[in-house]
Design a protein around this ligand. Structure first.
Ligand code: C5P
Length: 399
């Protein structure tokens, strides 16, 4: 059920922490690759060595680890998994998560994650029913976290009522449900991302402000959906998502060669890259000296990679082609024209003049312009990527 899935387990300091050991084993038995993080209080109930022994990996116990050169173990832990599970989650941890506090490693991990979170509260019944705890649970559920309701029964403190950590199988099932189906399993997807640089001389180039975030999010979402992903990217300062084959390039010509090679036999190509349309006619091998007065630069067109893919493809054949269109006019009309001109299946139109949309933002407001037009609200780029992956899966299943 969880084969090839990375599940990161966060343990907080309740009596049920000992049951997290069994949950860790159950997640592994379901096929997951499991890593564990523990709050300082959890370590009063069960030792990190226990988890280390069964996961064959170090347990994250501190936000600032002097042995970690970059001291970003918590960020990596938060973002390199398919899902996070918090079990047991204490009332204190729920409150910190609801408020956005990060005063120890687990609450900090929860602040830094963009992955599905499954949270299994376990505590005394009166605490669980406390309006503050219930309000925090509602807040977390409203943010899309998956809450596993505690079982009712006799608790360690002697009280009888809801508050027991459910059986490991129930929590494993919640993780499977939260991850959703691997709709791109067995598919090969090529994604391009970021800007290109068209050098004028060794120290100067023409480029644009693309950060690559949208394309990296698409690559991550496709990989999470089970695809084998090649990410051809221009110069960006992002780390490629886990499990993705990254091909770094500099210029439009390099990107063209890398994308066309990777597209051979691929099921889909998603071009999110902001490819330069022009390059200097001749790049100087040595640094150009400045001279008095104006200067002109002769530019020639770069290959249109997407149009090239569209032209090479027979009608209805693979790969499915998706382009992105950054527009400042009427995004849908422009995207429809672009879709026909480049002979592609879908153009994701993006109004780059809108607040919170376009280059360098974390959110995007897009229209999926295919045979039908679907308007999406302003969404985090990760969510736009997830919607695009759903579209790809639908399209690949239907064709
Ligand atoms: O024509 P326009 O640049 O607006 O088209 C944008 C789409 O075409 C994007 O998907 C972009 O990655 C792709 N493109 C390309 N090669 C170019 C320019 C754009 O593949 N030279």
């Amino acid at each position: 059920m969880l084969t090839e899935r990375r599940v990161h387990l966060c343990v907080s300091g309740g009596i049920a922490a000992y049951k997290a050991v069994e949950l860790c084993r159950a997640l592994q038995k379901a096929g997951a690759d499991v890593r564990v993080a523990m709050t300082p209080n959890a370590r009063h109930f069960v030792g990190p060595l226990t988890f280390q022994a069964i996961t064959h990996a170090p347990v994250l116990t501190a936000t600032l680890d002097p042995s970690d050169e970059m001291a970003i173990g918590h960020i990596d832990f938060a973002q390199s998994c398919d899902a996070l599970v918090v079990a047991p989650a204490t009332a204190n941890l729920l409150a910190k998560a609801a408020l956005g506090l990060g005063d120890e490693v687990v609450s900090t991990v929860l602040l830094a994650t963009d992955r599905p979170v499954v949270i299994a509260p376990a505590m005394n019944t009166v605490m669980f029913e406390n309006p503050a705890v219930q309000a925090n649970l509602r807040t977390l559920a409203a943010r899309g976290w998956h809450i596993v309701s505690p079982d009712a029964g006799e608790l360690a403190c002697g009280a009888v009522g809801p508050g027991r950590l459910p059986d490991a199988e129930v929590i494993v099932r919640a993780v499977v449900d939260a991850l959703g189906p691997r709709r791109l399993a067995g598919r090969r997807i090529v994604v391009s991302a970021g800007p290109t640089r068209e050098h004028i001389d060794p120290v100067r180039f023409l480029s644009n402000p693309s950060t690559g975030r949208m394309g990296f999010a698409v690559a991550a979402a496709a990989a999470r959906a089970g695809a084998s992903v090649t990410l051809v990217h221009g110069p960006v300062s992002l780390t490629p998502p886990a499990g993705v084959r990254a091909v770094p390039v500099i210029s439009a010509i390099d990107m063209c060669a890398a994308v066309l090679a990777a597209a051979e036999g691929a099921d889909a190509v998603v071009m999110t890259a902001a490819v330069a349309d022009y390059r200097p006619e001749a790049a100087s091998e040595t640094k150009q000296k400045k001279t008095p007065g104006p200067r002109s630069l002769s530019l020639v067109r770069t290959p249109d990679i997407l149009a090239e893919l569209g032209a090479r493809r027979a009608d209805g054949a693979r790969p499915v082609l998706v382009g992105f269109a950054a527009e400042t006019g009427d995004p849908v009309a422009e995207a429809q024209a672009k879709r026909a001109r480049k002979r592609v299946d879908l153009v994701v139109a993006n109004d780059v003049s809108a607040v919170g949309s376009g280059f360098g933002t974390d959110t995007n407001r897009v229209w999926l312009v295919g045979e039908a037009v679907e308007a999406l609200p302003l969404l985090p780029k990760a969510e736009v990527a997830a919607r695009l992956v759903e579209w790809l899966a639908d399209h690949l299943e239907g064709s």
